[in-house]
Design a protein around this ligand. Structure first.
Ligand code: NAP
Length: 218
């Protein structure tokens, strides 16, 4: 069992945090403010393995870090977490950098020659960044059986051992190993981060967030 520092109090952070606790891990949910109401309520509900604090507290607590913060705030959140608290650790990046400043449909807040995952890796070169789960809605991330079929999840990262440990974690979430596709290095996160544009459109067209990609090859 591991200690996880989960940064983010939206939908994803508490969903991942609760799943990790169900699996027997200890979790500290991090926010900008140590007294964050959602984090406080989550920790009160989730049992003795659940804790809450600032982004920095959570990063200090975790042997493994999860970035589940708003994409536009992720670099600031991880700076607040402290690069020394990320060094040598697996950093699971679930964020998407959606920019709704010009309304719907949104744009992606990085040029297509870059990704938020790469920006995070550049800002924290000693962290072992693995991009994953950003292509599915939170409920499906931790329970892929909510969507029928042989649909997949993707991993991107430069550190093979880090990707192997994240793959084990995804298996523990219910993703069969055969449905976890390793896309390659961290630059391949561009592909999954830009998929969010299709994801948002499908959400609007299908009227549900519980769908996923199923890739077939000849
Ligand atoms: N929702 C989904 O199902 C889903 C699916 C796939 C990927 N994602 C991605 O996962 C991430 C989390 O999504 P979410 O819907 O759970 O929550 P969210 O509303 O996107 O993010 C909430 C978190 O972001 C932090 N935050 C907001 N503005 C910030 C800033 N300026 N500086 C630092 N931190 C800031 C908040 O901090 P406080 O706690 O202090 O308020 C909070 O912890 C996003 O990047 C999203 O695109 C979400």
């Amino acid at each position: 069992m591991a200690n996880f520092g989960v940064l983010g109090t939206g939908v994803v952070g508490p969903t991942i945090g609760s799943k990790l606790i169900e699996l027997g891990h200890s979790v500290m949910l991090g926010a900008r403010d140590a007294a964050n109401e959602k984090a406080t309520a989550w920790a009160a509900d989730a049992g003795e393995l659940a804790h809450h604090g600032t982004f920095r507290d959570a990063a200090q607590f975790g042997n493994v870090i999860v970035n589940a913060t708003l994409g536009l705030g992720s670099l600031a959140a991880l700076e607040a977490a402290g690069t020394e608290n990320l060094a040598g650790k697996v950093l699971i990046d679930i964020s998407n950098l959606l920019d709704f400043s010009n309304g719907f449909p949104p744009s992606v807040g990085v040029p297509s020659t870059d990704s938020l995952a790469e920006q995070i890796q550049r800002a924290h070169p000693d962290a072992r960044v693995v991009k994953t789960l950003n292509t599915a809605t939170a409920s499906v991330m931790v329970d892929p059986s909510r969507v029928p079929g042989e649909h997949q999840v993707f991993v991107s990262g430069d550190d093979a051992d880090a990707k192997a440990s994240v793959t084990d974690l995804l298996v523990s979430f219910g993703w069969p190993a055969s449905r976890i596709l390793d896309l390659g290095g961290i630059a391949t996160a561009r592909a999954t981060e830009f998929y969010i544009l299709l994801w948002v459109q499908l959400y609007s067209t299908l009227g549900t967030s519980e769908f996923n990609i199923e890739v077939h090859r000849a």
